[in-house]
Design a protein around this ligand. Structure first.
Ligand code: GLU
Length: 933
């Protein structure tokens, strides 16, 4: 084998092999071929073209000329075929080609074995058991099947349908069939195309209903277009479906009907139409673009294999001719005379290495073409485009760069109008308050009728990714839940699965269950389940709420303590000698002693200390000081406690709610609670294994009437209507929005879980990662944050309940503190009454001997009190001036009554017209003096 190229080189240089003589070769080399049917097939044309091209080639078999011996055999007529071979062989044959029908081909193979004629085949043959003279140039199915399995693996398909035509497909796809054995997460469904009809629609419909999106199609070349056409009618030719077609002639399929579709169609090819050999081949064929479609195309793989096989045999004969030479003896079937050089020819063919149109041709030790390279193709518009290669050793090698792949997806997206399903959920999508007639409303676009976070989000996303879109409301109004019995989804998830929508954009939570049914982008907002509850109505304003910090008992005990302390002070001051003083300090030997702590002063001292004002009377004895000290200590503690508790009491009154967490809810039965019936919050409780949540779920499930609502809005209304008897589990983002605007609502406790809202796309959507990148961009550009602030804090009354004028304000109003004013007023009134009583009491004593009018006296005093011009001083009435004056002096009073007496007289005599109290006092003073004088 190593010597072969050296020998060929020497021969090429014209060095004779032995004794300067050329090895003998036949002048005419006959190649026999059997073709099926009666018409001239493209295969026959390729065979003849191959012979002509060898004859034209000045570098190969230059001393010989190839001729063809062609015959036709009716399909499956083995007897006739063997007869024809024998006929051809009588004139000598170097090799026999064809036919394609397996039964006939097998028969010819046994004849070729008997008569040592190399038998060349181009058909698909899976058998590993072949005759010594049989050589098949078709890539071996075992290698092809590995290529398909490698592709499925490279694409990461998790679920696929294998749509096959006959049992041979099973062999071609055996490696794909074995695939789930290695990866247990793969779901593989095998379906056979009907054999009795060409209408595959019912089968395709079943596949569509099953939700399968990855299809491996293995069928005869001439059925591919039919299957695709019917698949298109059923809706399987969409952006979300991928086809792997096993034919090596995908470039010969007419994809023009799917030019505008983004359906993903992939496959392999052997022939690179851009190679120089192929151009040369086509030129010699006189091929003009548009000539020969499908199997009639010169590049149809079977035709190319036929051409390549002629070239391979020619190359082998050329090698043999140059090394050893050969001859072709007539073969007689009757006399069992074989081809003498047959074994040599077969050996040289097996060892050949030739760069053909179908790639490099060489055979393994068993004579199979197992080592070859394939080009990986993908449909773009209406033609197939090379995106990588496959080799047995390396497997799939995609040559497209990541940016090329992304650019391609972006390009696809830009040509699309995405159908977006959504639902009416505040503040994501809200009806605008429009005052237009119904007909005008119907004519308006979705964006003219609705507004909200989602509309803005999609607008920004479309701006970034340059796609067009069209909103619609989800048909059943639901987000998407799976029916545990049927396993079927509803809501937006279902619309995505049915490809009735290309995106679902709303506050759609990303959950594991949903992720298995559709694709999700990365989250555009994060949240979790919270508890919405009605704030307790603030207690009716109480004028005396300043009394609340201390209980009634404490107030009573405190008053009692005050009285007790005052009395004790009074008594101790009497008992202790150190509280008795000389009332006349000028007299060194006093007749009497006095104590300052009479009952009045003791009470005054007690109250002055209690109110932290002190008093001008202070104890002097140790005992009384002890009492005073203790009382001050008591006062200090009581006043501090009162002050501290007053603030706490007033704030606590506002936050007073009977529940503070989910645990509190679970522990009681008085307050009912529920969720939106058909969302992820409900699923969260149903699926939870945490004891508190399972308990909550059990309660909700069994509650009658139902505690579930048909939406968040209904839940909010129920919370408000039931006045604390109903709590609603709602997502934090929605709670935040409503609490901001509806001031009687509040959130209880923190969030029970953590989740994100994502954009959902149909399963295996090609756009998922592109849309995810778009969201990431909006997040990094701060647009998501801006939108959140706009729709949560600013629009539609945001900040209503948290602003300075909000109900939560910490200011205390008159209704809370009015009582203090009342006490003050009461004190003022009481002091006036006491003043009157004091006045009356004194006057009564003063006027007991006279028939003076008490009212007139009072009127005079009042006028004096309110006269701003009146002096701040008064004369001291003289002792014993009048009968009444005695009693004044006895009583210790120093002014007033005498003057008033004088006033009466003075007014009567000297100043009858002068009404001024000031004047009256002056007059009185002079009158009194004149009396004395
Ligand atoms: N975000 C929820 C969902 O995606 C809907 C609201 C809820 O369940 O609280 O299902």
């Amino acid at each position: 084998m190593v010597l072969l190229p050296i020998v060929i080189l020497l021969m090429g240089l014209g060095v004779p092999l032995s004794l300067g003589q050329l090895a003998p070769v036949p002048d005419i080399i006959r190649l026999g071929a059997l073709f099926d049917g009666t018409e001239v097939t493209p295969l026959e044309a390729a065979f003849i073209h191959g012979i002509n091209m060898v004859n034209d080639d000045r570098s190969i078999l230059i001393r010989s000329r190839l001729t063809s011996a062609i015959d036709k055999v009716p399909q499956s007529d083995s007897f006739k075929a063997s007869k024809k071979v024998c006929q051809m062989a009588t004139s000598g044959l170097a090799a026999i080609f064809g036919p394609s029908v397996p039964s006939t081909a097998n028969h010819i193979q046994s004849i070729s074995d008997t008569f040592h004629i190399p038998h060349i085949e181009t058909r698909w043959d899976y058998s590993f058991d072949r005759g010594d003279y049989a050589i098949n140039i078709h890539p071996h199915p075992s290698s092809l099947s590995k290529a398909y399995a490698d592709l499925v693996k490279a694409f990461g398909w998790k679920s696929l349908v294998l749509l096959y035509e006959n049992e041979e497909s099973m062999i071609k796809l055996q490696e794909v069939l074995k695939y789930p054995r290695h990866v247990d997460t793969i779901r593989l469904t095998v379906r056979q195309l009907y054999t009795d009809t060409d209408d595959y629609r019912p089968l395709l419909k079943e596949i569509k209903t099953s939700g399968a999106t990855k299809i491996v199609l293995d069928c005869a070349f001439n059925k591919i277009e039919k299957v695709l056409k019917q698949a298109d009618e059923i809706g399987l030719i969409s952006d979300y479906h991928s086809f792997l077609i096993t034919s090596l002639d995908l470039e010969r399929v007419d994809f023009s009907p799917y030019k505008r579709s983004n359906v993903n169609i992939t496959g392999f090819r052997m022939i690179d139409p851009a190679s120089p050999q192929v151009s040369h081949y086509l030129k010699k064929w006189n091929y003009r673009a548009g000539d020969g479609k499908g199997e009639f195309h010169p590049l149809y793989s079977e035709n190319i294999l036929m051409y390549d096989s002629v070239r391979v045999v020619a190359k082998a004969m050329d090698d043999l001719a140059q090394i050893e030479g050969f001859s072709l003896n007539p073969i007689s079937c009757r006399r069992s005379q074989p081809l003498e050089y047959g074994p040599k020819l077969a050996e040289y063919i097996r060892r050949v290495e030739y760069m053909g149109l179908s790639g490099e041709v060489f055979f393994d030790a068993d004579g199979f073409r197992t080592d070859f390279q394939l080009d990986l193709l993908e449909k773009r518009r209406d033609h197939m485009y090379k995106i990588g290669i496959w080799t047995p050793d390396v497997g799939i090698n995609v040559t497209l760069t990541q940016s090329e792949v992304e650019g391609q997806i972006v390009e696809k997206l830009q040509n699309k109008t995405l159908r977006i399903t959504t639902s009416d959920t505040t503040p994501f999508i809200m009806k605008k308050a429009l005052d237009v007639p119904k007909e005008a409303l119907e004519r308006m676009s979705f964006e003219e009728k609705y507004e909200g976070y989602v509309i803005d989000l999609v607008k920004e996303l479309a701006k970034a990714l340059k796609f067009k879109y069209k909103f619609h409301m989800v048909m059943d109004g639901k987000y998407g839940n799976v029916d545990p019995k049927t396993g079927e989804w509803n809501g937006m998830i279902r619309e995505l699965q049915d490809q009735k929508a290309d995106m679902a954009v709303i506050d759609l939570s990303i959950t594991l269950e949903r992720q298995s049914a559709v694709d999700f982008t990365m989250p555009f907002m994060n949240t979790g389940v919270g508890i919405l509850y009605k704030k307790k109505a603030p207690p009716a304003p109480n004028l005396f709420s300043f009394l609340s910090p201390l209980s009634l008992d404490v107030w009573i005990y405190m008053t009692t303590a005050y009285l007790a302390i005052s009395i004790q002070m009074f008594l101790l001051a009497r008992v202790t000698p150190y509280e008795w003083d000389n009332p006349h300090p000028c007299k060194s030997d006093p007749d009497e002693l006095e104590t300052q702590f009479n009952v009045k002063n003791a009470l005054w001292f007690g109250i002055g200390s209690f109110l932290c004002q002190g008093s001008d009377i202070l104890p002097k004895a140790i005992s009384t000081r002890m009492v005073a000290g203790m009382w001050w200590f008591f006062t200090l503690i009581m006043i501090s406690s009162y002050t501290a508790n007053l603030a706490a009491f007033l704030t606590a009154a506002k936050m007073d709610v009977p529940i503070n967490s989910a645990d509190d809810l679970a522990k009681q039965t008085k307050i009912k609670y529920g969720t939106y019936c058909c969302g992820s919050t409900n699923s969260f409780f149903r699926g939870s294994t945490i004891p508190t949540y399972t308990k909550l779920n059990a309660f909700m499930e069994s509650a009658k009437p139902s505690v579930y609502t048909s939406g968040n809005q209904e839940g909010i209304e129920r919370v408000r209507k039931e006045e604390g008897a109903y709590a609603f589990f709602m997502e934090g983002a929605a709670i935040e929005y409503h609490v901001e605007r509806t001031c009687d609502l509040t959130q209880i406790g923190g969030l029970l879980d953590s989740k994100g809202y994502g954009i959902a796309l149909p399963p295996d959507s090609p756009y998922t990662s592109t849309v995810s990148n778009g969201i990431l961009y909006l997040q990094e550009a701060g647009i998501l944050q801006q939108l959140k602030i706009k729709w949560w804090k600013e629009m539609h009354g945001g900040g209503k309940c948290t602003g300075s004028g909000g109900e939560d304000s910490a200011q205390l109003g008159l209704p809370n503190l009015g009582g203090v004013f009342i006490v003050l007023l009461a004190g003022m009134i009481a002091s006036c009454i006491i003043a009157i009583i004091e006045f009356v009491w004194k006057k009564r004593i003063l006027l007991q001997d006279e028939n003076e009018s008490l009212l007139a006296e009072m009127w005079g005093d009042f006028k004096f009190a309110v006269d701003l011009r009146a002096s701040d001083t008064k004369p001291v009435p003289k002792e014993g001036s009048r009968a009444g004056s005695k009693s004044i002096l006895n009583d210790g009073s120093h002014y007033g009554t005498n003057i008033l007496e004088g006033d009466r007289e003075g007014r009567k005599t000297d100043h009858p017209d002068d009404e001024s109290p000031y004047a009256t006092f002056n007059d009185n003073y002079s009158t009194t003096k004149s009396h004395k004088g």
